[in-house]
Design a protein around this ligand. Structure first.
Ligand code: MOS
Length: 735
């Protein structure tokens, strides 16, 4: 039987939500992950783990020059090595993936242009991984070197503004120069943040299997299978229905798996050429060199205020970097557009073309580093004003989008600041460099948090089976965030079927299309699709009971109406199914939608060594309905940990001679480890957003990182009185 369909375009608010009935009581509860047991027992199958017959192993080969051309590759030199099957160098069909977009490189007669060191130029295929790797390391490649741009400082005067129609948005309102000149108090400072890498635990991996009918099945570690399948089809010259992507479990994405990466195209072309399935897993160094980095930034912050702390001007002008001709700009000022009111505004981005690793999306693109500049500058301004930094933010909070003039759909910045101050004990904060604990300086800092909320077109199918169980299926993914669990909870709540009786099929493009996991839109978008499917199934169950929907209660697997109660499974015949589809609509223009919060940090700075230890952190967040208190909290813990990395340890270093990454593994690229992460405290404010979607939830994932690093930097200043504007704040900068 064909499934019913329930489509909703968000043109109007949705004041009523079926999740508010609270009958089943599963929504919002801190449910353990439904996929947890499979993950800890090794039964969750990740992209590289599928048992495919006749599998060959591919190892990628990266360029050893930073700019120039590949003149020739002597494939014959390694073809006779033991176990080697073939060498595939036909990479002119590669698409280059920048952020969420992508462009096809024109074929150039077998000559490969090199734009960055480590760019993938070949794949060696063999009977074992070891044989492929051995041959790949020996593959003779002839290059013609050309001069490249490898030094940000040396090329910063060559920056370009984005072409028309390319994000990020710019703003120019009023006259910032005049406001700065007339201000009672002003700040004009420059903050610098380095390039970063997502460092997901699972490397990028694909297994390519060509089917009898000429279609391709790709087991891949990808966040957005629906759009990734069309990208891959484009790259291979296939119609998009000929590519199926399966991404059931993903070991972290953080943006680096939003678009397809070279290993999928390489595996697909190699599999075609040798007539066997091919697996390609990137080595850790290749993940660093041949996927995407977060751009380094140089941010000029100008803030002007009256003596009472009212902001009269905000300027946030950013320089970022990417490879020549790329359209992705790290959208540094994205949070600055909406967080504080000020009449005069200037937010710009320019890009320095460099032969660095491609720059693209990494967790909270924009806010993660843009809030560093803005929120540290706000701390500097508060000090000049002689004002508490929380008070400065409170005064400049706004219920109207300061640039678009429309109201926020929901916004609880001041609420988060006040609740955080109370819980953290902000009143115990002292003047800079005045609190000691032995040889340690102790300080407290805070910062605001904001992350835009997005709704993306998504669909999901829900089926109720005669045994009373249900299945949810969608090309949505779970990148470790908890999608499996929250989608089960939403279906459980509306259908009155216990969570353990709901099975899920995620990450397969044969299931209804979805926007996947990115930009913190997954829960709101796919959660709404599941909601809509369940809404229709509920109506069908009411009809089967012969009552109005409003008279029906679904609970513990029973349909209850008037004085009757019947098992849900008995009402569905051979089973019923519905597809829910959600689409953004006018609500996106009529309101500005974002999640808000506040971060608090206490640090200790060693007066002898300059070492910084984060002692405790608190994040208070308002992100609409919390769908699962445990997975939501875990998202914020992850974001705050990212903040510790940004503040103290993470820095991707390109060699200024040829752009080679000098720290391209997890030994040399320092992410915070357990010993660096203290007790982190997370608190959610109760909020519902009726303009966002029918489940009233906004994005959480990237909210946790926004503002986390500047809270730590501001705490360091409060501890020892040293203002470091060049990140990360390593101990040498504090001596
Ligand atoms: Mo996120 S950077 O949109 O995966």
């Amino acid at each position: 039987m064909d499934p019913f369909t329930n489509s909703l375009t968000m043109d109007k608010p949705c004041p009523q939500s079926l999740l508010d009935t609270g009958v089943q009581g599963s929504i919002s509860r801190p449910f353990d992950r439904v996929d947890g047991p499979k993950k800890v027992s090794g039964k969750a199958t990740y992209a590289a783990e599928y048992d495919v017959p006749d599998l060959a192993y591919g190892f990628l080969v990266g360029s050893r020059i930073g700019a120039g051309r590949v003149v020739s590759i002597d494939a014959d030199a390694v073809r006779s090595l033991p176990g080697v099957i073939d060498v595939v160098t036909d990479f002119d069909r590669f698409i280059r993936v920048a952020g969420q977009g992508g462009e096809t490189e024109a074929p150039t007669q077998g000559v490969k242009t090199i734009t960055s060191r480590g760019e993938i130029i070949a794949i060696v295929v063999a009977e074992t991984y070891e044989a492929a790797r051995d041959a790949a390391l020996q593959l003779p490649v002839n290059y013609e070197r050309e001069g490249g741009a490898f030094d940000f400082a040396a090329h910063r005067n060559e920056a370009n503004a984005p072409p028309d129609g390319v994000t990020p948005a710019h703003a120019s309102q009023g006259d910032i120069e005049k406001a700065m000149a007339e201000a009672d108090v002003s700040i004009d400072v420059t903050y610098v943040t380095p390039s970063q890498n997502s460092a997901a635990m699972e490397p990028h991996a694909s297994i390519a299997v060509w089917e009898q009918d000429g279609s391709l099945t790709l087991y891949g570690a990808y966040q957005m299978p629906t759009s990734d399948a069309s990208q891959l089809a484009d790259a291979l010259g296939l119609p998009s229905e000929k590519v199926r992507i399966i991404s059931r479990y993903i070991g972290g994405g953080f943006g680096s798996k939003l678009g397809i990466a070279p290993e999928s195209v390489a595996a697909a072309i190699a599999a075609k050429q040798i007539g066997r399935p091919v697996k390609a897993v990137m080595a850790r160094q290749q993940v660093f060199e041949a996927t995407v980095r977060r751009s380094n930034t140089e941010q000029r912050l100008r803030l002007a205020a009256t003596a009472d702390g009212t902001l009269t001007a905000i300027g946030h002008e950013s320089l970022v970097s990417n490879q020549p001709g790329e359209d992705f700009f790290e959208p540094v000022g994205i949070g600055t557009h909406m967080i504080y009111a000020a009449e005069n505004r200037l937010i710009t981005h320019e890009q320095v073309p460099l032969n660095f690793v491609l720059s693209g999306s990494m967790r909270a693109p924009g806010e993660a580093v843009g809030m560093v500049g803005l929120e540290c500058a706000m701390d500097e301004l508060a000090e000049q004003l002689g004002m508490d930094p929380i008070e400065l933010r409170r005064i400049n909070d706004t219920s109207i989008d300061p640039e678009k003039g429309v109201p926020f759909s929901s916004r609880c910045l001041t609420g988060a600041l006040d609740e955080g101050a109370r819980r953290f004990g902000w009143d115990r904060r002292q003047a800079p460099a005045s609190r000691r604990d032995g040889e340690w300086w102790i300080g407290m800092g805070m910062a605001s948090s904001v992350r835009g909320n997005m709704l993306m077109e998504s669909s999901a199918k829900v089926e109720i089976h005669p045994d009373g169980s249900a299945t949810v299926s969608s090309a949505m993914t779970d990148i470790g965030t908890g999608s499996y669990t929250i989608l089960a909870q939403i279906a459980s709540e509306i259908l009155g079927i216990p969570v353990w009786q709901i099975s899920l099929s995620l990450g397969d493009t044969n299931d209804p299309p979805a926007a996947g996991s990115g930009g913190s839109w997954g829960a709101g978008s796919s959660g709404s699709a599941v909601y809509l499917a369940c809404e229709t199934l509920r109506e069908k169950l009411a009809t089967a009971m012969g009552v109005e929907t409003s008279a029906l209660t679904l609970k513990d697997g029973q349909a209850i109406a008037a004085n009757r109660s019947q098992p849900i499974g008995e009402l569905v015949g051979e089973g019923i199914a519905a597809v829910g589809k959600i689409k953004p609509g006018k609500q996106e223009e009529e309101t500005t939608q974002a999640s808000f919060g506040a971060h608090f940090a206490e640090v200790a700075v060693n007066s002898v060594t300059g070492e910084v230890r984060v002692r405790r952190m608190l994040g208070v967040f308002a992100a609409g309905r919390v769908l699962n208190a445990k997975t939501a909290r875990s998202q914020c813990l992850g974001g705050m940990t990212f903040g510790i990395g940004t503040a103290l340890t993470e820095e991707l270093v390109h060699d200024r001679r040829d752009g080679k990454l000098v720290n391209r593994d997890l030994a040399e690229y320092h992410i915070p480890v357990n010993a660096d992460v203290p007790q982190l405290d997370v608190h959610f404010l109760r909020e519902r957003d009726i303009h966002a979607n029918p489940i009233h939830a906004k994005g959480i994932g990237e909210l946790g990182i926004s503002g986390a690093a500047p809270a730590i930097a501001n705490a360091i200043y409060n501890a020892c009185g040293i203002r470091v504007r060049d990140f990360p704040i390593t101990l040498d900068k504090l001596l």
